[in-house]
Design a protein around this ligand. Structure first.
Ligand SMILES: [Mg+2]
Length: 366
């Protein structure tokens, strides 16, 4: 079963998150959520779908897939997933061990697992060793509103929708206070600040947030690979720290764990190197007594892969469900939580192919 074709397809879905546009992810207003699909065709007629991280870098990742990854994998045996992932990482290493290159490799690797599941007639989580859970509890990953009143309003709405846990993307004490007062004591509340501070500033903010009993403080330090700085914030504040969405490959996680930098590891399947790489991170995390809380604020095959991974990895915690509304997604009913939890797909492979009409309607044409 030979890989015959690799195609990258960008879809743009209208997206709302209950606030004015901000510079949350880059200079452009955030009105559309992109999904970068990777479609892999094989000589056996089986087609697999993957997702590479995209947001504001979709065009660059698409180019990496088409001009770097595809030429190095066409003609190879699609069943040799680990071998292909290794080959891509090694042959492309001089173009970056982090970021665009690894995002592209991740998308391809996910598609190969989808193919393997379809060939075996088994859902991905069975291929990964089982299904310890049929439903995965989710936390509502709120976006950035800035205004404490809006923060409170969205916390209430998430709670009313059945979520048992909420994560903020806020950086100020008034916003965090509003969230805690709205949610009530004992409700898991996480604070994701996306790398704004130097370690000393981060330590001061962690101490300020501590009164609101966050389950974790996420990425308080810039740059994200400053494991020493993170460890200092963690140890001196006594606040639990989460990080990892900006890490690629198990080696960066190994170093982060060795530094004692985190309580929660957040590999992102569309960034870290794919499903096999995330499984390696899970093994390292368990051995380091770190909890796994994957990063998954997307709605394509990467989301489905995360559900399967969390079903297969005992002890993995909440899935991150972006608390915005997309007009459509390629994951069918599998993005809709019920009572704050998501069902794990049961079909072969990832369990849901993108519908052709979605590709026609939402494909970016440049
Ligand atoms: Mg985050």
């Amino acid at each position: 079963m030979i890989i015959e074709r690799v195609e990258a397809i960008i879809l743009d879905f209208p997206f709302q998150y209950g606030a004015n546009s901000t510079d949350f992810i880059g200079p452009a207003p955030w009105r559309h959520l992109s999904t970068l699909l990777v479609r892999v065709e094989t000589s056996a007629g089986v087609t697999g779908w993957g997702e590479a991280f995209s947001y504001a870098c979709a065009e660059a990742v698409k180019a990496a897939l088409e001009h770097m990854v595809a030429p190095s994998v066409i003609g190879r045996d699609a069943a040799d997933i680990a071998g292909i992932a290794r080959h891509c990482q090694q042959s492309l290493h001089l173009f970056g061990r982090y970021g665009i290159t690894l995002f592209a490799i991740s998308g391809l690797e996910i598609a190969l697992w989808d193919i393997a599941g379809k060939v075996a007639g088994q859902p991905l989580h069975k291929l990964l060793g089982g299904a310890s859970r049929e439903r995965i509890p989710a936390y509502a990953s709120l976006l950035r509103y800035g205004d404490p009143e809006w923060v409170a309003e969205h916390c209430k709405s998430a709670q009313d929708a059945g979520y048992a846990a909420v994560k903020l993307h806020e950086t100020t004490e008034p916003a965090v206070r509003a969230a805690r007062e709205t949610l009530g004591d004992g409700v898991p509340l996480m604070i994701d600040v996306n790398c704004p501070w130097r370690p000393q500033e981060a330590l001061a903010m962690a101490r300020a947030f501590k009164a609101y009993e966050p389950t974790w403080l996420e990425e308080p330090v810039f740059p994200p690979e400053d494991h020493v700085g993170l460890a200092r914030v963690r140890h001196q504040s006594g606040v639990s720290i989460a990080a990892g969405e900006n890490h690629c490959t198990s080696f960066q996680f190994r170093d982060m764990f060795a530094a004692g930098a985190v309580d929660y590891a957040q590999p992102s399947v569309t960034k870290v190197g794919g499903i096999g790489e995330l499984m390696k991170v899970a093994i390292l995390a368990e051995a380091a007594a770190v909890s796994l809380m994957p990063h998954s604020p997307y709605f394509g095959p990467g989301w489905l892969a995360t559900l399967h991974l969390m079903a297969a990895i005992p002890g993995s915690g909440y899935i991150e469900r972006f608390y915005g509304t997309v007009e459509a997604s390629t994951s069918g009913p599998w993005i809709a939580p019920q009572n704050g939890a998501l069902a794990v797909p049961t079909g072969a492979g990832l369990g849901h192919d993108p519908e052709p009409e979605l590709l026609r309607e939402y494909q970016r044409r440049t």
